[in-house]
Design a protein around this ligand. Structure first.
Ligand code: SF4
Length: 310
């Protein structure tokens, strides 16, 4: 028998719930099709479900017919994307997570102080591209402690840093320390830009990984926060797997395993977690318990045009 311990908290954060519901409310209010630039959140199942209900996902705005309702994803977009949408006459509903928008505002505030910005984040991630494109200043992207050593800045006394919202808290602390060592007058938010949902899920997995033999993280490959959860399990010496859903489970993983920790990234629906429990039941008998953990009650307001849609 395997004991499965469910991480608490796990799965959807307030920004993801809001973004998905924005598309659902837009479909109800305006009818399909609703165009969405980029995956609304980084989860294949969520995207497929919304696609079936009339959402059309596009990479670029020129794939959207003039005048069609357009939703920007939870990750945020660059200023040039907002401007291009206005030029094309697209009515935009912005599902950027308010905690990502907060980082944009912070970057703009530092830019107004004539500072160059160091953005700690992952190259190519939609949020990073959006944040770079929202800050009217030179932005240096830093991904590792090693990157800090090679930074070339105009004035070391006029520097600020900001971070992506879904980073590893531990890795980011190391990078911030390297920045402070090299540029003692740099200013920034410490790790407070890493959002509450990322921090809570990472802490839960850190606690969980100490007590289980193996860790399962439900989430898509391109989900930044899900990857960080798997890495924590791995760093703590436990076999750790990132899986899209129950189909990815392999019976061989569980030979000699007595306890399994199960969590889900901020963009993974609870139905997938329940599906993984069913998948585990096909492999062995299981007993399911839940971790004691933080209860989250964060909710974000909807854009005005959708506030009253049931
Ligand atoms: Fe917002 Fe954090 Fe969720 Fe990203 S992971 S959508 S920043 S609450």
């Amino acid at each position: 028998m395997i004991t499965v311990v469910l991480a608490q908290p796990r799965g959807f954060c307030a920004g993801v719930e809001r973004a998905i519901e924005i598309v659902e409310r837009a479909l109800r209010k305006y009818g399909p099709p609703i165009y969405v630039r980029h995956e609304i959140v980084h989860n294949r199942h969520v995207v497929e479900d919304l696609r079936k209900r009339g959402a059309i996902f596009v990479d670029e705005l020129d794939e959207i017919p003039r005048g069609a309702i357009t939703v920007f994803s939870a990750h945020g977009v660059a200023k040039r994307v907002e401007e291009a949408a206005a030029e094309r006459g697209l009515p935009v509903i912005n599902a950027t997570c308010p905690l990502v928008a907060k980082v944009h505002n912070e970057g703009r505030r530092y830019a107004a102080q004539n500072r160059e910005i160091v953005l700690v984040g992952h190259a190519g991630h939609a949020e990073v591209e959006g944040t770079i494109g929202q800050v009217p200043a030179k932005v240096h992207l830093v991904q590792t402690v090693e990157d800090v050593a090679t930074l070339e800045v105009a004035d070391p006394d006029k520097l600020a840093y900001i971070t992506q919202t879904t980073l590893s808290v531990d890795d980011t602390r190391g990078i911030i320390q390297a920045l402070k060592d090299r540029f003692p007058n740099i200013v920034g938010p410490d790790v407070r830009d890493i959002c509450y949902a990322t921090q809570n899920r990472q802490q839960a997995v850190r606690d969980l990984a100490h007590t289980v033999d193996l860790l399962l993280v439900v989430g898509s490959r391109n989900s930044s926060n899900s990857n960080r959860l798997r890495e924590i399990g791995q760093e703590l010496g436990k076999p750790s797997y990132l899986i899209d859903d129950a189909h990815a489970l392999e019976a061989a993983w569980f030979e000699g395993i007595r306890t399994v920790g199960l969590t889900a990234g901020a963009s993974a629906p609870e139905t997938l977690v329940q599906g993984v429990l069913d998948g585990l039941r096909r492999i062995d008998t299981i007993e399911v318990t839940a971790q004691d953990g933080v209860a989250e009650d964060v909710r974000f307001r909807f854009p005005a045009e959708l506030a009253d849609v049931e």
